[in-house]
Ligand binder design. Structure first.
Ligand SMILES: NC(=O)CCC(=O)C(=O)O
Length: 293
């Protein structure tokens, strides 16, 4: 009979501790994209000792500066990817570099998240599925992603969603079905709906019994004050760390083992009755990644 590996109980009882930093950037109209990119790279390079670093949504151009999106759009091998890859490698961290305006080979724009591993390799991209703006802004200027994206790490699987996606729990359920333990949500959420942001982030943690790393922008651009209020939430819904309204680096130690423990103690996900519905036809976007809605 094969013997058990040493310290097997340690693995079962306690989970991996993960040090995370959410870099809640102030995105202003006065800083150029080049200046901000260089500044952000410096902030990431200083995160030596962290395991996971997260940046907000559309921090290069600004999430509300629609008029700048065409000029600021990049392919996924453009300057932001190169600079962020080098920063992740320099700090030896997993880096969720927030999102950028991606221009694909056909000229379509996407709101695309980037995840690099500790060597600086680009391990995943996620094109935001739910576009904010109703009949304006992102909803008309950008194409929608279609793919549910998860990435395995030494701490568990990261599941990717962006800002407005928070309002669509079926995406988060699909991420959990794909194996996610740690939900990562970059955002540029307006200050006037900050309380909704806080409620939705905590709700996703409780309903999916997952860690949530939610990194929002701060500051004001294109006349929209950003909420800040980035959050690290455990699978019980407890807020482990919460940022104020201004630029800051929010650091927390997270016990990822709490995900398995809480899912075992309250096996809610086992009691599901309804399946995730298929999306409406013709919603746009190219297939890629580890699953589809
Ligand atoms: N950038 C966004 O997705 C904004 C979402 C938002 O403001 C909301 O859902 O409210």
């Amino acid at each position: 009979m094969a013997s058990l590996p040493p310290f097997a109980w340690t693995l079962v009882e306690g989970g991996p501790e993960m040090r995370v930093s959410l870099v809640q950037l102030s995105v202003s109209d006065t800083e150029s994209v080049d200046e901000r990119r260089a500044r952000v790279a410096g902030l990431v390079r200083r995160r030596v000792g962290d395991d996971v670093v997260v940046l907000p949504e559309l921090w290069t151009t600004g999430a509300w500066a629609y008029v700048d999106w065409q000029a600021g759009a990049e392919p996924v091998d453009g300057p932001t990817v190169q600079v962020m890859a080098a920063a992740a490698r320099s700090a030896a961290v997993w880096l969720h570099a927030g999102t950028l305006v991606e221009r694909d080979g056909n000229g379509a724009l996407y709101n695309t998240a980037l995840v690099f591993d500790r060597t600086g390799a680009l391990r995943a991209t996620y094109r935001k599925i739910h576009r904010y703006g109703f009949d304006t802004g992102e909803a008309v200027l950008m194409a929608a992603g279609r793919d549910v994206v998860t990435i395995p790490t030494e701490f568990g699987d990261l599941g990717l969603a962006t800002c407005y996606d928070l309002r669509f729990p079926e995406l988060f359920r699909a991420l959990v079905d794909a194996g996610t333990e740690i939900l990562v949500v970059p955002a540029a959420w307006p200050a006037r709906r900050r309380e909704q942001w806080r409620i939705l982030v905590r709700a996703r943690a409780v309903e999916e019994q997952a860690v949530v790393l939610a990194c929002c922008a701060a500051g004001s651009h294109s006349g929209v004050d950003q909420a800040g209020g980035s959050l690290v939430v455990d699978p019980w819904g407890t807020v482990l760390a919460e940022a104020g309204a201004d630029e800051e680096v929010l650091t927390a130690d997270v016990d990822v083992g709490s995900v398995a423990a809480i899912r075992a103690e309250l096996p809610v996900l086992r009691d599901r009755v309804l399946a995730v519905p298929a999306p409406p036809a013709g919603h746009g976007g190219e297939p890629r990644g580890s699953g589809r809605l």
